[in-house]
Write a protein that binds this ligand. Structure first.
Ligand code: PGA
Length: 248
């Protein structure tokens, strides 16, 4: 794991966008594994800005997303498909046919998971996987568990995650309780991983992810076993690591 310090959210976003844009420049037909949530929004804004300036070309790039709420259609404004469309895809020249996300309305849960795993395999795997980290250490929607889930699966979201996500919904009742998520094996199969973290709320999860024992109760800890993980975190997200004297 290589840990890069960023001053604040904007600095983290710019640095992360630099890593993604370098990947796309060096390998225009990259398969990018993308994430939703508040953390990557600034990164996507920066990529859009550089695209508009003519610095990046996404015409050959493919994108597979980490997760999607179960029960929401891709036209639902709370869906992650909608998030990706409005926060990134419709502002750049990626071919929408080359963008993939689990189908929240799939009738057969198991078939949908199998389909998504096969799709990623058929694309040749993920070149660069962007990840956020949950306050409980989840990656994608791989929630704390007694074991690591390997493939794409449907997960019951924890109360902590539902609570965190409720800020995007009008009421608690509307927050989906289940989601599809890429599994740990798929995430670990990415050639490179870029994890971004901002804010004090993430500081403990980040400390555990980098220095904690590897355990499914803090899913992010598995990343310690991946050979190519870059972490870009701002000073607040690094605060616990700093308090413990592990970073000056
Ligand atoms: P956030 O979520 O970016 O909205 O904080 C990150 C995550 O839960 O993985």
């Amino acid at each position: 794991m290589v840990l890069h310090r960023a001053k604040d959210y904007n600095d983290m976003s710019r640095k992360a966008a630099n890593v993604i844009s370098a990947k796309v420049i060096l390998k225009p037909d990259s398969v990018l594994g993308l994430a939703t949530g508040s953390t990557p929004e600034g990164t996507y804004k920066q990529l859009i800005e550089w695209y508009k300036k003519g610095d990046i070309d996404f015409s050959q790039t493919k994108a597979v997303n980490l997760d999607e709420y179960k029960g929401l259609s891709k036209e639902d404004e709370q869906s992650y498909a909608w998030f990706m469309k409005t926060k990134l895809f419709e502002h750049i020249n990626i071919n929408l046919e080359n963008t993939y996300i689990p189908n929240g309305l799939a009738e057969n849960e198991e078939a949908e998971c199998t389909r998504y795993d096969k799709l990623i395999k058929d694309l040749g795997g993920v070149d660069l996987q962007l990840l956020g980290i949950g306050t409980n250490g989840h990656i994608g929607f791989n929630e704390p568990n007694e074991f690591f889930q390997k493939g794409t699966h449907c997960v019951k979201l924890t109360d902590e995650t539902i609570n965190m996500n409720s800020r995007f919904f009008e009421s608690m009742d509307l927050v989906p309780k289940y989601a599809y998520s890429m599994g740990i094996q798929t995430i670990m199969g990415a050639k490179s991983i870029l994890l971004i973290a901002s804010g004090k709320a993430k500081a403990n999860a980040l400390y555990e992810t980098v220095y904690g024992n590897i355990r499914p109760s803090v899913p992010g800890t598995i990343l310690q076993l991946h050979p190519d993980v870059t972490i870009i975190a701002d000073e607040e997200a690094l605060s616990v690591i700093k308090e413990k004297g592990l970073l000056k």
